[in-house]
Design a protein around this ligand. Structure first.
Ligand code: ATP
Ligand code: MG
Length: 452
């Protein structure tokens, strides 16, 4: 029987389950030209999400059934009156100091009022759902080798602790997810959810009899972003600093790039590494605060819940146009750029984020001086790379922390001439999918070396 080994032995699929959005990317072979070898997987097209290349990382229990992705968001929107919450961050689990303890914690009642599921169950079920999305999505991509769905899996992680046993724990999770995916199969994609009893049964059977999750490795997220940035650039700088602003966290890390090795080595400048909670969700909270103030009655829980569910769309419109209108039942609330820039909470946010940048840039500048590197690249990754104020905040921080250091700052982009057929659809969201793209490209040994 043919298997993946016959057709694409070096193929791997990298999954990035972010706080807000999950992404997945297939790399057929890291030595192939990028436009032929790297294929972001359209999981959002299968789940019915807004964009084909990402799908909301959401899970929701309602009426005795479990819902995933866009279906979960819809149920949550319908349940606004009930004090329920669809948001679930796997990042707190992935990044937890005590992984076993985090996995054993029950889901909050706002997500699962039945108290049935623990974080580990949620992760297994969510990964099984992603596995189904991935197989369906791969079938829609033309020209892939037979059996590519069996390529080895990677996941990106906001922390990386070599030798911590983290990968063994995740191997177990991936293996159980494979068994659940096989058992529940298409049911996981049903818009009307899966019954809790079926989920429980599948979880118990998977625990007793796990499948083969084909886990290759975890990849440190900033390392994946740096790899994506180097792979897709025409003129590599010798030092790359990555600012990955997602929904839950802004992760900063810097790497030295040594192209004398093959594959080129990335070594981390440890002093520059930081993780801050000042990310996309925090901007949502600030915008909701501004809206609530304008509305009067700033503590109305129903309004706050409605606003929270709509905040990401509202924010996108606001930063794209410099103003936006929020619909609250029969009334509308308009806010303009000045409402945000004049808001004390937003000013505190900018100051604190700027200070974080200053600390990392100072560490990078010291290393650049020591190694006589003249040009540093600062690449913005994650959905936050769309925020128009970020490049300016980086430049202001650089002027303070490293006057005279030449620096290029901007969103990560697939600008390489190697990548001949960049379509706009892909280029537009590149910063947001870059972690999964880089994670699929990066070689395992590199990852270990840089984080060791
Ligand atoms: N065009 C845009 N303008 C402003 N913000 C945006 C835009 N597009 C996405 N975002 C924000 O980016 C965030 C999602 O980015 P991303 O997918 O990188 O996060 P994540 O990987 O899910 O989160 P994390 O890395 O923290 O776990 C959300 O806060 C979203 O609102
Ligand atoms: Mg992310």
């Amino acid at each position: 029987m043919a298997d993946e080994g016959d057709h694409a032995p070096r193929a791997r699929i990298c999954i990035d389950f972010g706080t807000a959005m999950s992404k997945a990317c297939l790399c057929l072979d890291p030595s192939m030209p990028l436009d032929a070898g790297v294929r972001p997987i359209p999981i959002g097209a299968v789940s019915g999400a807004e964009h084909a290349l990402f799908s909301p990382s959401v899970l929701f229990v309602d009426g005795g059934r479990l819902f995933f992705g866009p279906a979960a968001l819809e149920r949550a929107a319908a349940g606004i009156e009930g004090g329920r919450d669809p948001l679930l961050s796997f990042k707190t689990v992935l990044g937890a100091r005590d992984l076993d303890q985090a996995m054993a914690t029950r889901l909050p009642p706002s997500v699962d009022p039945t108290g049935t599921f623990r974080q580990r169950d949620a992760l297994v079920l969510y990964l099984a759902y992603l596995d189904q999305l991935i197989s369906d999505a791969l079938a829609r991509v033309a020209g892939l080798p037979f059996g590519i769905g069996r390529a080895r899996r990677r996941y990106t992680s906001p922390v990386w602790r070599p030798g911590s046993g983290q990968d063994r724990v995740f191997e177990g999770v991936f293996n159980e997810a494979a068994a659940v995916s096989q058992r529940l199969n298409r049911l996981l994609l049903a818009p009307d959810g899966v019954s809790i009893a079926q989920c429980r049964d599948a979880l118990d059977k998977a625990r007793a009899n796990p499948g083969d999750g084909r886990l290759d490795t975890g990849v440190f997220e900033p390392h994946a972003a740096a790899a994506a940035s180097l792979a897709y650039t025409n003129e590599p700088a010798y030092i790359v600093m990555v600012i990955d602003m997602g929904a839950g966290t802004t992760d900063i890390a810097a790497f030295e790039f040594d192209e004398r090795n093959n594959p080129p080595a990335l070594t981390e400048i440890k002093e520059a590494r930081q993780c801050s909670g000042l990310a996309g969700d925090e901007i949502d909270r600030i915008l909701i605060g501004v809206l609530a103030k304008k509305r009067g009655a700033p503590n109305d829980p129903r309004f706050l819940r409605t606003a929270r569910l709509a905040a990401r769309d509202f924010k996108r419109e606001f930063f794209a146009n410099g103003n936006a209108t929020f619909k609250d039942g029969w009334r509308t609330i308009a806010i303009r750029a000045g409402d945000l820039t004049g808001d004390p909470q937003f000013q505190r946010y900018l100051n604190a984020l700027g200070q974080t940048f200053i600390t990392s840039i100072a560490a990078v500048a010291a290393r650049a001086r020591a190694t006589q590197v003249r040009m540093v690249d600062v690449v913005l990754a994650g959905g936050g790379a769309n925020l128009p104020f970020l490049p300016q905040l980086v430049r202001a921080a650089a002027e303070q922390a490293a006057p005279g250091l030449a620096m290029r700052a901007g969103p990560l982009s697939p600008s390489s001439s190697l990548y001949g057929s960049v379509d706009e659809y892909f280029a537009d969201v590149f910063p947001q999918i870059a972690i999964s793209v880089g994670g699929s490209l990066v070689e395992m040994l590199d990852t270990r070396a840089a984080a060791a």
